[in-house]
Design a protein around this ligand. Structure first.
Ligand SMILES: Nc1ncnc2c1ncn2[C@@H]1O[C@H](COP(=O)(O)OP(=O)(O)O)[C@@H](O)[C@H]1O
Ligand SMILES: [Mg+2]
Length: 316
């Protein structure tokens, strides 16, 4: 249903002229050649630490930012070449659920108005129809229709995230792209929100791209899992065999199977990309097994066991 092919998004960070002598402009390869597909009804989990490019990937797929290179196809059509009406339809079928619903729900509006907005934009139903559709959707996310009168500030974090989910589902989408939908919530609430999301996904027959920095969240929910490290997918495998067959040293680090070396630091969240990391494996400096060629050749995803893809020179 969704095909992402060799997608890249680079940012140029310019320093002010006085600082440039010591800090030359540099390029951040936020996503650097990412490919994957999502089938109808599938949950694809994307896991990676902070700064690995997950949000940039989600925003690019949603066409909220333009790619530097590569393509995204939805139902066979190039997302970046859609005409305005087709883009509107794409935005209806592929809905985001963002992290931290506080900042995406307008605090001045009550929940009823927040939920009515997408229906108004897409001119769906008259006032009574919209009202009953919103009430029904609130019940689906386990909130009573009385929540329509409340403001986001009167809700708990879990309730806000459920309102955000209701908003995403109101337009009957085909696919949700959820970027850290449960981070910032208490563990118990996070589990409930995730379980609700999976139930709604099943009931509505949706596909789901579930992005998280938390392996447990992704492992629990996903049919397949993609592991991102510094802008690249380093491993992609089925959720059931994922932990037993993990082959990439970074995935094995995430699973607590092996250690990693102290890598070069992230400066204020910005990667000081070294020449080496741009030419070779993104994990080379942290990898306890790195080989000579890991510094010079970017490993591509190869099928290292049936249905299991690993981007590592050291995996046979
Ligand atoms: N608008 C931007 N300008 C410059 N750098 C950016 C911008 N957005 C993201 N980045 C950089 O891209 C990298 C990936 O960020 P992000 O996609 O937010 O990662 P994640 O969601 O995995 O934490 C980071 O190094 C971040 O600083
Ligand atoms: Mg993010």
């Amino acid at each position: 249903m969704l095909e992402v092919c060799d997608l890249r998004r680079h940012f140029v960070v310019r320093h002010n002229p006085l600082a440039r002598f010591r800090h030359p402009d540099h390029l951040i390869r936020a996503i650097d050649g990412v490919s994957f597909t999502v089938a109808a009804g599938e949950v694809l989990g994307i896991i990676g630490e902070s700064g690995s490019g997950k949000t940039t990937l989600a925003r690019t797929v949603l066409r909220l930012c333009e790619p530097t290179a590569g393509s995204v196809r939805y139902r066979g059509r190039d997302v970046f070449a859609l005409s305005a009406p087709d883009l509107k339809q794409y935005r209806r079928e592929v809905q985001p659920v963002f992290q931290d619903a506080d900042s995406t729900l307008d605090p001045r509006q009550h929940v009823g108005a927040i939920l009515e907005e997408p229906l108004l934009i897409h001119r769906l139903g008259n006032t009574t129809e919209r009202h009953s559709r919103i009430a029904a959707m609130l019940e689906q996310v386990n909130l009573s229709p009385s929540f329509m009168e409340r403001h986001p500030s009167e809700l708990s974090g879990g309730q806000r995230q459920r309102v955000a989910m209701a908003r995403s589902l109101l337009l009957n989408p085909e696919m949700l792209i959820a970027d850290e939908p449960t981070s910032g919530l208490d563990p118990l609430v996070a589990t409930q929100v995730l379980a609700l999301m999976l139930r709604l996904k099943r009931e509505h027959g949706l596909s789901l791209v579930l992005i998280s920095h938390d392996l447990a969240t992704v492992a629990y929910a996903s049919d397949r899992i993609a592991v991102m490290y510094r802008g690249r997918v380093v491993e992609l495998a089925g959720g059931d065999s994922f932990s037993e067959q993990a082959a990439h040293p970074y995935t094995r680090f995430l699973l607590g199977i092996e250690a990693r070396l102290p890598d070069f630091p992230l400066l204020e969240g910005v990667h000081e990309h070294t020449h080496e990391a741009d030419q070779g494996c993104s994990y080379v400096l942290a990898c306890p097994h790195h080989l000579h060629r890991c510094h010079h050749a970017i490993p591509t995803l190869r099928e290292t066991s049936p249905g299991h893809f690993t981007a590592c020179h050291g995996v046979g």
